[in-house]
Design a binder for this molecule. Structure first.
Ligand code: NAP
Length: 288
């Protein structure tokens, strides 16, 4: 039995589809969800639905019962994520899960003072809890989702400018679906126990490159400006962006400026069995 947590989220749904594509029988997949109403389509595919919130340790122990492989998809509630992740790892140990696959985030250890330590700290702690638990594990250190590009560049066609405090920093971003495909491949092939895989795009790009690719596709002259993080935050505030998002947007671009989002590693291509989609290819699809 393979159980996928966060199964009503975008990554979880794609991972389940790739498990099915890889030939896993629906009766061998279960989905942990906190809201059954969002899981109707999963149920229709023959997936067993188990109800549990990451906050509810006892429910997790019960629902992890009989699970051989657990795809633990990191939580999305930043404030409470740490205790939730501890709950999941402890419950998996208690339920005698045989292989835990965790979606972490890339960590460029050469960069000191992470700009995104609010998420890096939880991932690092979770990875350590998993290793200390003694459960055979695979850590998938996912790059930034390439799918988030339109959110970072904003209304670029209208504005003809990309504004991000990322300087000339590069990103090794990867499509979420390709990361989910790798998760399914890891769950359905051998040789991945006690491995940590940084999953990054071998083709890295700056926002200057992104502006150039969008210009080529649209025929408009799109430019890139990199203000200071404070100037950037002020602009977002004046545009009415809520405070909680301003900090997160700025932090990711500062991380990119510092080189935190760029990492060279061939694990992704090996586990995917092909070269991943590049910024240029995605841009030619979105902005054509
Ligand atoms: P998503 O669509 O927001 O899905 C998150 C999933 O986690 C949802 O199914 C959500 O349930 C579930 N969840 C959150 N808190 C929970 C709780 N307390 N109890 C039970 N389930 C809970 O995110 P995604 O795109 O699939 O990404 C998966 C994870 O990757 C995110 O949660 C986040 O940790 C991380 N992430 C990575 C990147 C990246 O660039 N690498 C970007 C964004 C997020 P509901 O459906 O009920 O809300």
């Amino acid at each position: 039995m393979i159980l996928v947590t966060g199964a009503t989220g975008e990554f979880g749904r794609k991972a389940i589809d790739f498990l099915l594509n890889n030939g896993v029988n629906p009766s061998e997949i279960s989905a942990l969800v906190r809201n059954e109403n969002k899981a109707v389509d999963l149920k229709e595919k023959g997936i067993e639905i188990r109800i549990g919130n990451y906050n509810d340790y006892n429910a997790l122990i019960k629902e992890f019962n009989g699970v051989d492989k657990l795809l633990f998809i990191s939580g999305s509630e930043i404030e409470t994520r740490e205790i939730q992740h501890k709950n999941i790892v402890t419950a998996a140990k208690e339920a005698d899960v045989r292989h835990l696959v965790y979606t972490s985030f890339i960590r460029n250890t050469e960069v000191e003072n992470s700009a995104i330590d609010f998420l890096q700290n939880t991932h690092l702690k979770t990875e350590n809890w998993i290793k200390e638990s003694g459960i055979p594990y695979t850590i998938l250190q996912n790059a930034l989702y390439l799918d988030l590009l339109p959110m970072f560049v904003g209304d670029v066609i209208q504005n003809e400018v990309i504004v991000q405090p990322a300087k000339k920093g590069k990103s090794s971003a990867v499509l979420r679906s390709e990361l989910a495909e790798v998760a399914a491949n890891v769950l359905t092939t051998e040789g991945h126990k006690n491995k940590v895989y940084p999953l990054t795009n071998p083709v890295t790009n700056t926002y200057e490159d992104v502006a150039k690719y969008i210009s080529e596709v649209t025929g408009k002259k799109v430019t890139y400006q990199s203000p200071t993080p404070d100037e950037f935050k002020t602009t977002l505030k004046e545009s009415g962006v809520p405070d909680e998002y301003i900090g997160i947007f700025a932090a990711f671009s500062v991380a990119q400026a510092n080189g935190e989002l760029e990492l060279q590693n061939n694990s992704l291509e090996n586990l995917l069995g092909r070269k991943p989609t590049t910024y240029k290819e995605l841009i030619s699809q979105i902005y054509k």
